[in-house]
Design a protein around this ligand. Structure first.
Ligand SMILES: Nc1ncnc2c1ncn2[C@@H]1O[C@H](COP(=O)(O)OP(=O)(O)OP(=O)(O)O)[C@@H](O)[C@H]1O
Ligand SMILES: [Mg+2]
Length: 249
């Protein structure tokens, strides 16, 4: 059993409090990180993956500070960031080879591992085409393939379904859901249906605070709601959004 602990994590960007005293323990299974734009989802994921240092607090992997674990922590981690800084001229296969090298996957395992992740996301046929020619869904699938190179024990996916059509959303959801098992999966989204049926626990975040976290069933009971969408609407009410994020309908 593996365990990821967030101990009193805070993050300030100058005066802006992006995260405020987030504490949480995750063990194997799928966690859905749900919250509106600017809630702090990406900031939290960047801190968990060690790409960003918290202003305060500690991230622990099996009881050890991940900053002390360093490379051995990075080796068990897979991360698909929200910003797709992708290598448009690279083929999918070349991009994966590049990422696998960065991850320190041994040369003799490289070919087999790349084939495995390509087939996992159903991108084998398109693997030798340039990424620039891929659809949004194909790019996301390559990004997920990259995140699961080396069979990581912790997989962090930041909005893997953003901008995708419903069919592609379902396809990604199925692939992601099948990754559950002997690992921790953390997936952010602001679309309830992306995670409602697959997450064992939903983490609700707003303005840098973890408002609540529980299974969909327990959240519905607690908030007297029929579904997660209703819980979401209760917690993230329109009037609490910053002015520029309010919808006009
Ligand atoms: N590098 C930065 N400098 C200053 N402020 C930042 C920086 N990165 C994020 N922020 C601010 O911190 C807050 C949290 O941002 P974050 O990107 O973590 O939110 P998010 O939940 O991922 O949003 P989205 O759903 O739009 O991706 C926001 O108010 C954002 O403007
Ligand atoms: Mg984000």
């Amino acid at each position: 059993m593996t365990m990821l602990e967030l101990c009193d994590i805070s993050k300030n960007y100058k005066k802006k409090k992006a995260l405020d005293a987030v504490s949480l323990t995750l063990d194997n299974g799928i966690y859905g990180l749900l919250g509106p734009n600017g809630a702090g989802k990406s900031t939290l994921m960047n801190i968990i993956t060690g790409n960003l240092r918290p202003t305060g607090g500690t991230v622990k992997w099996n009881g050890e500070d991940v900053q002390k674990l360093g490379a051995s922590y990075r080796a068990l981690l897979g991360y698909a960031p929200q910003q797709q800084g992708m290598y448009e001229a690279f083929s999918g296969r070349r991009f994966l080879a590049y990422m696998a090298a960065l991850k320190g996957i041994p040369k003799k395992e490289l070919g087999g591992e790349i084939s495995r992740v390509l087939s996992y996301v159903n991108m084998t046929e398109a693997a030798d085409r340039p990424i620039g020619s891929y659809s949004g869904g194909m790019k996301q699938r390559i990004l997920i393939a990259q995140a699961i190179l080396g069979d990581p024990k912790l997989v962090v996916l930041d909005e893997p379904t953003a901008g995708l059509d419903p069919k592609e959303r379902v396809r990604i959801r199925e692939r992601v859901s099948a990754l559950a098992g002997d690992r921790i999966l953390l997936i952010s989204t602001h679309v309830v249906s992306d995670i409602e049926s697959i997450a064992k626990e939903i983490l609700l975040i707003r303005s840098g605070r973890l408002l609540d976290h529980a299974s969909v069933g327990d959240l519905c009971v607690k908030y007297h709601a029929d579904c997660l969408e209703e819980v979401y609407m209760q917690l993230f009410r329109e009037e609490e959004k910053p002015e520029h994020e309010k919808s006009f309908t």
